[in-house]
Design a protein around this ligand. Structure first.
Ligand SMILES: Nc1ncnc2c1ncn2[C@@H]1O[C@H](COP(=O)(O)OP(=O)(O)OP(=O)(O)O)[C@@H](O)[C@H]1O
Ligand SMILES: [Mg+2]
Length: 409
C-alpha cells in the first residue's frame, strides 16, 4: 500500500506549523500541532487505504473480465433481449470481427425462425422464475446467414444495476452431426433386421401361388396364362430379394404412374386359386375414370395380396370379399377390402401393424406391418374397421399425384 496521501497530509501539517512559527514566532511543538498531525496521519492513512482497495477492485474486475473473455465457451449478457456484453468466443462463433458489431443487437436476430418461439418462451421463463434454467438447444444463424446448432444455459442476474440474463453457450454442430449419423446407422440396422424377418414372409406368398399352379399342372390342368403367372411370381421373388440387397446398399427406387385397376385385377388373378380352394368369392367393383397413382408396382401388389390373404383367412368356412376402388372427392383413390370374416376385437385394432402379432398357427404377424410400411412410403393411409363375427373392412387411401416421385430406399 502506497502512503502518498498520508505523507502529503502530514507534510502539509508540518509546513503549516513551520509557517506559523516563522511568521508568528510561535513555539513549534504545540498541542495544536500534535492534534493536526495526528488527524492528518489518520485521514491520510484512511485515504491511502481506500485508494489501495479501489485499485485492487479495479485490478480484480479487469482480471475477471479477461478470464471471461478468454473462456473457450461463448458467454454473453442480455438486457431487454439485446446483447449487453459478449466475450471473444461469441465474436468467433458469430463470425464477426469485433465485439462492437454485436453489442446492442437483438438476440433474436441470431436465431432461425423455427426456433424463435422457443427462444421467446425461454426468455420469458428466465425473467419470471429468476432462477437458472436447464440447457436448451437452438439453431442459430450468423450475420452472413450460415447456421449452426447452439446449446445455451441461462440465468437471471443484475448487471450494472439493470435486470439482465447471463448466458453460457456451446456450438454443438459437430456433436449433432455425429449423433445424426449414428441414429441413421442404427435405424438402418433395425430396418435391415425387420426386412430380414419380413423377406421370408414376403417370399412365402409367391411360393404358395407357384405351388398351387404346379399342383394344377400335375393334375393335367394347364393354360398358357398359368405359365406367365408362375414366371411373374418367380420374378417377384427375385425382386423381393433384390429389394433386400438394395436396402443394404441404398439406391433410388423409382415410383411410376400405374393404373390401380390393372394392379388389383392382377392381384385377384394371383389369389383366385387360393380363394376358390377356401370357398371364397371375390367381387371387384371399380369407379369409372379412376386416376393413376404413383407407385412401386410390386410393393402395392404385395399390400393388396396381404390384405386379401388376411380376408380369405378370416373366413374359414368361406364367404365373400368385396373389393371396391373409388375416386374420392379430394382426388385421392380409395381401395376397400370388405370381408365377412371373424372380425377383430376392438382393443386389438389400434395395435394392428405391430410386428409378430398373429392369431394364426402358421402366421408370421408381419403381413400388416409390411402393408403399413409400404402405404406410408406411398404417402397413403390404412384404416381398419371391424365388427366381431360380422366382418372387417380395410381401407387404403392413396394420393394421385402426377409428377414422378423419387424415394431413396
Ligand atoms: N381381415 C381380417 N379379419 C380378421 N382378422 C384379421 C384380418 N386381418 C388381420 N387380422 C388379424 O391381424 C393379425 C395380423 O395380421 P398379419 O397379416 O399382420 O399377420 P398374419 O396374417 O397373422 O400372418 P401372415 O400375414 O404372415 O400370414 C392376424 O393374425 C389376424 O388376427
Ligand atoms: Mg396376413
Amino acid at each position: 500500500m502506497r502512503k502518498s496521501g498520508q505523507i502529503t497530509l502530514v507534510g502539509i501539517s508540518l509546513l503549516f506549523t513551520l509557517f506559523q512559527k516563522m511568521y508568528h514566532q510561535q513555539v513549534f511543538f504545540t498541542l495544536d500541532f500534535l492534534i493536526f498531525t495526528v488527524i492528518a496521519w489518520i485521514v491520510g492513512y484512511q485515504y491511502d487505504k481506500a485508494r489501495f482497495f479501489a485499485k485492487k477492485v479495479r485490478e480484480s474486475e479487469c482480471s475477471y473480465k479477461k478470464l471471461i473473455d478468454s473462456l473457450p465457451n461463448p458467454v454473453y449478457i442480455l438486457s431487454d433481449q439485446k446483447l449487453l456484453y459478449v466475450n471473444q468466443a461469441v465474436v468467433r462463433t458469430a463470425g464477426v470481427k469485433i465485439k462492437e458489431e454485436l453489442i446492442g443487437k437483438s438476440i433474436f436476430d441470431f436465431i432461425v425462425p423455427e426456433y424463435q418461439e422457443r427462444a421467446q418462451e425461454r426468455y420469458k421463463q428466465i425473467n419470471k422464475e429468476k432462477q437458472p434454467v436447464n440447457t436448451i438447444e437452438y439453431k442459430a444463424k450468423r450475420l452472413d446467414g450460415s447456421t449452426f446448432f447452439f446449446e445455451v444455459s441461462s440465468m437471471y442476474i443484475v448487471f450494472g444495476g439493470k435486470e439482465a440474463v447471463l448466458c453460457i453457450g456451446k456450438d454443438i454442430s459437430e456433436r449433432k452431426e455425429e449423433t445424426e449419423q449414428l441414429l441413421q446407422k442404427s435405424e438402418k440396422l433395425a430396418l435391415l433386421g425387420q426386412m430380414a424377418a419380413g423377406i421370408a414372409h414376403e417370399i412365402r406368398n409367391p411360393l404358395t401361388s407357384i405351388r398351387g399352379f404346379i399342383q394344377l399342372f400335375k393334375s393335367g390342368e394347364t393354360h398358357p396364362d398359368y405359365f406367365d403367372i408362375v414366371l411373374t411370381e418367380l420374378d417377384r421373388i427375385n425382386s423381393i430379394v433384390g429389394e433386400f440387397l438394395v436396402l443394404a446398399k441404398p439406391t433410388a427406387a423409382v415410383f411410376i404412374e400405374k393404373d390401380v385397376k390393372n394392379l388389383i385385377k392382377d392381384v385377384v388373378t394371383l389369389i383366385n386359386n387360393q380363394s376358390i380352394l377356401n370357398n371364397v368369392q371375390i367381387y371387384v367393383e371399380f369407379d369409372s375414370d379412376l386416376p393413376m397413382v404413383m407407385c412401386e408396382e410390386n410393393q402395392l401388389k404385395q399390400v393388396f395380396l396381404n390384405l386379401m390373404k388376411n380376408a380369405i383367412e378370416a373366413m374359414p368356412t368361406g364367404g365373400q370379399i368385396d373389393v371396391k376402388v373409388k375416386r374420392k372427392e379430394d382426388g385421392k383413390i380409395l381401395i376397400q377390402i370388405i370381408d365377412q370374416g371373424v372380425g377383430i376385437p376392438e382393443d386389438r385394432i389400434s395395435t394392428l401393424g405391430e410386428p409378430f402379432y398373429t392369431t394364426k398357427e402358421k402366421g408370421t404377424g408381419l403381413g400388416l406391418m409390411t402393408c403399413y410400411k409400404i402405404i406410408e412410403s406411398h404417402n397413403g393411409e390404412i384404416k381398419i374397421t371391424s365388427v366381431l363375427d360380422e366382418g372387417t373392412t380395410v381401407e387404403v387411401t392413396l394420393p394421385t399425384i402426377t409428377q414422378p416421385l423419387l424415394v431413396v430406399s
